[in-house]
Design a protein around this ligand. Structure first.
Ligand code: HEC
Ligand code: HEC
Length: 360
């Protein structure tokens, strides 16, 4: 009897202990959950929660081409070095020389090439120029011709800087070309080094959404680029501290950035300013939606009637018809893009299909 009582009490206290243990364990689990999940939602930069499974680094973001080092300029004569350095200055501070109040000639809108080609065109995945010297002259569908470096540089003056290109024989054009050639140092002909140009962001299943993009813009872009996208002029009134994203002083509808895929890929790994491919802040969805919002706003026009002489060569997100496929301008501009890409793929396959051996 005595013994039984003792066992009973012991068992009871064990039960209580067990219940206590379980409650405290679940409490800790709950708290941990709040801490981890709560944190990762509110702060994307929070250190990643311990993971046991090893994640292979995405090869798109390791071992990227760094571009040439300054000492490699020593192989050029002093005159040539001066020209290269002037070219870099023109890319970084275009408006000081060629903007509306530029010291050389007022032929562009006040933006700098560097606004979109970061670090004077030397930033991995920052729309750099590493592959220009190695891949031009090349055939481009937009003009339907084989374009050399002068034509490609002039295009950005006329579209992205909504202005005129410097004369092909001017010291300015020569300097820009010398600098671009220098940036291609060590890149084999016809090769594009890893990290050159703009990252091609994976598409969304749905259409991009300007309404969602407006929210992103207000939260993550507006503090610098301003509510009307007009940017902020520097104190000297010559160039921008924060460049305009739309309105009369921004890039025109013929510019590369007016394509939503280019814009999304550019901002994902470069904006808000200070971000690189190493510490992206925007989710893919935010990048696509903010691209849709910005490119839904008004901007300068341009006569594009001579572009894309072969309409079959238009990229999936070119926003102006006519098209060789049955999709609308709206779907081409905002997506969903997958049906368009699939259609193009199928069409191409049909066009080039060779008669199979069996049918011969
Ligand atoms: C508003 C943004 C913007 C500005 C400003 C800008 N560019 Fe561009 N540039 C682009 C985009 C976007 C592309 C890529 C277009 C594409 O792939 O369709 C590009 C492509 C180029 C290329 C070809 C790169 C390659 O690898 O094929 C060159 C060269 C170039 N730009 C030169 C310049 C020069 C020089 C200036 C200044 C006079 C300039 N850009 C200003 C957005 C801009
Ligand atoms: C902290 C300020 C800041 C914030 C926030 C910011 N940007 Fe920028 N942005 C800049 C600066 C500065 C440049 C020009 C970089 C240079 O010249 O080196 C720039 C350039 C750009 C350009 C290319 C030039 C142009 O005017 O078209 C685009 C596009 C752009 N930003 C989009 C965005 C988007 C979208 C966001 C929000 C997700 C954003 N930026 C947030 C400062 C900022």
């Amino acid at each position: 009897m005595e013994f039984n009582n003792l066992v009973e009490t012991l068992l009871r206290s064990l039960k209580i202990l067990l219940v206590l243990l379980l409650t405290s364990a679940s409490l800790m689990f709950f708290l941990g959950y709040i801490l981890i999940v709560g944190n990762s939602n509110s702060n994307d930069n929070a250190p990643i929660v311990e993971q046991n499974n090893y994640v292979k680094p995405d090869s798109n973001f390791v071992g990227l081409w760094p571009g040439p080092a300054d000492w490699q300029k020593s192989k050029f004569n002093p005159e040539q070095q001066k020209l290269i350095n002037y070219g870099k200055a023109l890319i970084a501070h275009t408006a000081d020389y060629l903007g509306p109040k530029g010291s050389v000639k007022p032929i562009s809108n006040g933006m700098n090439c560097q606004n979109c080609h970061l670090q004077a065109g030397a930033q991995p995945w920052g729309n750099n120029y590493f592959a220009v010297q190695s891949t031009y002259p090349k055939f481009r569908e937009r003009s339907g011709t084989t374009e050399n470096q002068i034509k490609r540089v002039s295009d950005c003056f006329e579209r992205s800087l909504n202005g005129k290109a410097p004369d092909s024989t001017s010291r300015e054009m020569k300097a820009i070309l010398a600098y671009i050639e220098w940036l291609g140092t060590g890149v084999p002909k016809n090769k594009a080094p890893k990290g050159s140009g703009i990252y091609k962001l994976k598409g969304l299943k749905r259409a991009t959404d300007p309404v969602l993009g407006k929210v992103v813009y207000e939260q993550k872009c507006q503090s610098c680029h301003q509510a009307k996208g007009e940017g902020v002029l520097a104190a000297d009134g010559k160039s921008y501290t924060f460049p305009p994203l739309w309105g009369p002083n921004s890039y025109n509808i013929g510019a590369g950035l007016y394509r939503i895929s280019n814009f999304a890929g550019y901002v994902k790994y470069n904006m808000p300013f200070g971000v690189t491919y190493k510490n992206a802040q925007l989710t893919d969805e935010e990048a696509w939606d903010v691209a849709a919002y910005v490119n839904s706003m008004p901007r300068p026009t341009k006569d594009l009637s001579k572009d894309w002489p072969n309409i079959d060569g238009k990229p999936f997100d070119h926003p102006f018809g006519p098209y060789s496929d049955p999709f609308t301008e709206t779907q081409h501009k905002y997506g969903p893009y997958k049906p368009i890409k699939d259609w193009k793929e199928k069409h191409k396959a049909n066009k080039f299909k060779k008669p199979s051996l069996a049918s011969l």
